[in-house]
Ligand binder design. Structure first.
Ligand SMILES: O=P(O)(O)O[C@@H]1C[C@H](O)[C@@H](CO)O1
Ligand SMILES: Nc1nc2[nH]cnc2c(=O)[nH]1
Length: 333
């Protein structure tokens, strides 16, 4: 335990269940993955149960809300992130959690942080897994299933995104009312492979992926926080990355109906809805997408991080109030 009361686990005595850092088995056994003859396709239910059991043994709470901290909400190591602000924190680095892939993004924190936000038990993913890191989508989204097995009922997925909608300004928030699964258009989906009905159905609907009641409440909360002019509702789309988009790609995405573009969230939300978690997601607009050939500025990761830091205090208040609402509205049921 550190002087600020945070417990951090070093994982002594924990086996990593046969995975190398590239996610391949090291001991020739199946070790957690459902495999077909050519590919690893998913983690088995039992493997994720083992991950959840490991965590249950070391954490003193049952999290109600799972929060994925995107680049705008403290995925990176710096002071004052949302996860840092939790009360009675227990921090578990990904590298000690059985079956968890390591986070490879430079500076990405890579830890599950358990604690209380607005007196509600939560788990924060400090850093997420991206497709561009080389992980398949089902691996990127596996922590969502672990959250479900831990008892989480609501997922709050956050991301940093480029604003395609000309009304969006840097620092604004867009509540995700829908997404376009562009990678799915190309036949890439986190639910591919064997389906385990204990998680959810083979063919889940996705027409009401984002909870309308939570979105309405989030808008009210934003207004109360003085963010009335900075809150929007729109459509998010995810590309694989890691490069930012060309002008022609951005123009095409606009025609398709996207308001923001990023590199995450969609596969996490599909996985969350598959296992019946209630979902709220929002994008922090970190850059305006460049849709002409005259502009000299270019999208860059440093700007994304800077805007995230600039908005972290207000975003934390926003998330704290949303979590409070989730717990009180549930209590009233
Ligand atoms: O993890 P998120 O989706 O918030 O991060 C976005 C997408 C890339 O990882 C990064 C680009 O700067 O920001
Ligand atoms: N794909 C993509 N991801 C982002 N993350 C933050 N900004 C952007 C962007 O402009 N494009």
């Amino acid at each position: 335990m550190t002087s600020n009361g945070t417990h951090t686990f070093n994982g002594n005595g924990v086996t990593k269940n046969g995975f190398h850092h590239n996610g391949k088995a090291t001991n020739g056994e199946k070790n957690g993955c459902n495999e077909n003859s050519t590919n690893e396709m998913s983690y088995s239910y039992e493997a994720l149960q083992e991950t959840a059991d490991y965590l249950k043994n070391i954490i003193p709470l049952v999290p109600k809300v799972g929060i994925i901290c995107g680049s705008g909400l403290g995925a990176y190591w710096h002071e004052g992130t949302l996860a840092d602000a939790l009360d009675q924190k227990t921090e578990v680095p990904y590298e000690v959690i059985p079956n968890f892939p390591p986070s490879t993004v430079k500076g990405h924190a890579g830890a599950l942080v358990f604690g209380y936000l607005s007196d509600v038990p939560v788990v924060c993913m400090k850093g997420r897994f991206h497709y561009y890191e080389g992980y398949p989508l089902w691996k990127c989204a596996m922590p969502v299933r672990v959250m479900k097995l831990l008892g989480v009922t609501h997922l709050l997925a956050t991301n940093a995104a480029g604003g395609l909608n000309p009304n969006y300004k840097v620092g604004d928030i867009m509540l995700v009312k829908d997404h376009i699964n562009l990678m799915g258009f190309a036949g890439n989906n986190p639910l591919q492979g064997p389906n385990d009905e204990r998680f959810g159905p083979r063919f889940p609907p996705m027409s009401q992926a984002y909870d309308r009641k939570l979105m309405n409440q989030a808008k009210k909360i934003a207004n109360d926080l003085g963010l009335g002019g900075n809150i929007h509702e729109g459509v998010y789309t995810c590309l694989g990355g890691p490069n930012f988009e060309t002008v022609a790609e951005l123009r095409a995405l606009k025609v398709l109906g996207a308001d923001t573009v990023g590199m995450s969230t969609v596969h996490e939300v599909i996985t969350a809805r598959h296992c019946d978690l209630t979902v709220l997601a929002f994008s922090l607009i970190t850059n305006e997408c460049i849709v002409d050939y005259e502009t000299q500025e270019m999208a860059n990761h440093e700007e994304v991080l800077d805007v995230g830091k600039m908005r972290q205090v207000i975003l934390q208040k926003f998330v704290g109030k949303i979590v409070d609402y989730i717990s009180t509205s549930e209590n009233q049921k």
